[in-house]
Design a protein around this ligand. Structure first.
Ligand SMILES: *Cc1c(COP(=O)(O)O)cnc(C)c1O
Length: 363
């Protein structure tokens, strides 16, 4: 079975370098927030073109800490898309802010700027654009609207390491941005990890306090904080993976182009938008479940990320129920095909052939 994602293949592709990094970190005697974390923070900030990177425990914490550090009004409303990882909204509510969930653009799968314009009604709100599947959200419109309405922009870059928007890396466009290094992400550790990045000295300093008990001086809490630290092993591994990120993303883009060409004339199949780093390659099909079953029978694993929009999940459902028609339709017909840099040419061909066969049979 060809999997949708394959973190083991990523480890094997860089095994010698990763094993060396693990040995170095293990033998150093320093395991939490040490020289490897500092080096990774500097290297990732330089890669993105931002001033600061602060390593934290995971991507959910990265969103939460970015909001806590960057949004001055506690309890303000945070606007984001209902089609995302639940983590985006979990982080907003955990930080004590109110989520306001909006619809997406039908062909780009990211926050609809028209919906955002209608939602940004009061000063002091914040927006969390999600670059879903590695495709950048409409940052030009989002940044303009946010500036007009005095809203803070915090990018959720958990699926978009290395993607470009407006001539810059995503993560360098808002007041702050959050990254996850969960093993299946474009830049993935061999465990949990995350980072907040920002150009603001102030926001970076606050995240550094928040990630360790509010300490500026050891054992003395200056503000209320918690524990959200990146460990040395993961940082050492991430330094290796970062060196391969551009090549890995280029391979994802090449696989996406191969899929696009193979599916262009296929009835019923709607192709994903171009221009991202393809964390997922997501098509739409009116008989999605039948297509997924047919692909499974042909040895191709396809996944549904995400089957239930956040506004319809029990924990986040409002009453009266919120209606987001584009998101709800998308959840019914989206399908993520195998997408990771280590897919072989033969596997890519097998996916193309299986999708063509299965979609043609469903006509
Ligand atoms: C993975 C992900 C997160 C959360 O990251 P974790 O490291 O799993 O906490 C947040 N937002 C999006 C869009 C994600 O894909």
């Amino acid at each position: 079975m060809i999997a949708t994602a394959n973190p083991l293949a990523s480890y094997r592709a860089h095994q010698t370098e990763i094993d060396d990094a693990i040995r170095r970190a293990t033998a150093s005697g320093w395991y939490i927030l040490g020289p490897e974390v500092e080096a990774f923070e500097a290297e990732f900030a330089a890669y993105l073109g931002v001033k600061h990177c602060v390593g934290v425990a995971n991507g959910t914490d990265a969103v939460r800490l970015a909001v806590q550090a960057a949004v001055p009004f506690r309890g303000a409303e945070g606007v984001t898309a209902s089609m995302s990882a639940t983590a985006t909204v979990a982080a907003i509510t955990e930080a004590g802010w109110q989520p306001l969930l909006l619809d997406i653009l039908p062909d780009e799968y990211t926050l609809d700027p028209a919906a955002l314009e209608a939602a940004l009604t009061a000063p002091g709100m914040f927006v969390v654009p999600v670059h879903l599947y590695g495709h950048p959200a409409r940052m030009e419109a989002i940044l303009r609207l946010a500036a007009e309405r005095q809203a803070t922009v915090i990018e959720d870059c958990a699926q978009a390491h290395g993607a470009m928007a407006l001539g810059r890396r995503v993560g360098s466009l808002g007041a702050a941005a959050a990254f996850s290094f969960y093993p299946t992400k474009n830049l993935g550790a061999l465990g949990d990890g995350g980072a907040v990045v920002t150009d603001s000295d102030d926001i970076a300093a606050r995240v550094r306090l928040l990630r360790m008990y509010g300490w500026r001086t050891r054992y003395v809490s200056e503000i209320h904080g918690s524990n959200s630290r990146l460990d040395e092993l993961q940082a050492a591994i991430l330094r290796v993976k970062l060196r391969h990120l551009d090549a890995d993303n280029a391979r994802r883009m090449y696989i996406a182009e191969t899929y696009n060409a193979a599916f262009a004339d296929l009835p019923g199949v709607r192709l994903p938008p171009t221009g991202g780093v393809y964390h997922q390659y997501t098509i739409r099909h009116p008989k999605r479940d039948a297509l997924r079953d047919a692909l499974a029978a042909l040895g191709v694993g396809a996944s549904v990320l995400y089957p239930v929009p956040i506004h319809l999940q029990p924990a986040y459902a409002d009453s009266p129920p919120l209606s987001l028609p584009v998101t709800e339709q998308f959840a019914k017909d989206l399908l993520c095909l195998p997408m990771y840099p280590e897919l072989t040419a033969a596997e890519v061909d097998a996916v193309c052939a299986a999708v063509r066969q299965a979609a043609t049979a469903l006509e």
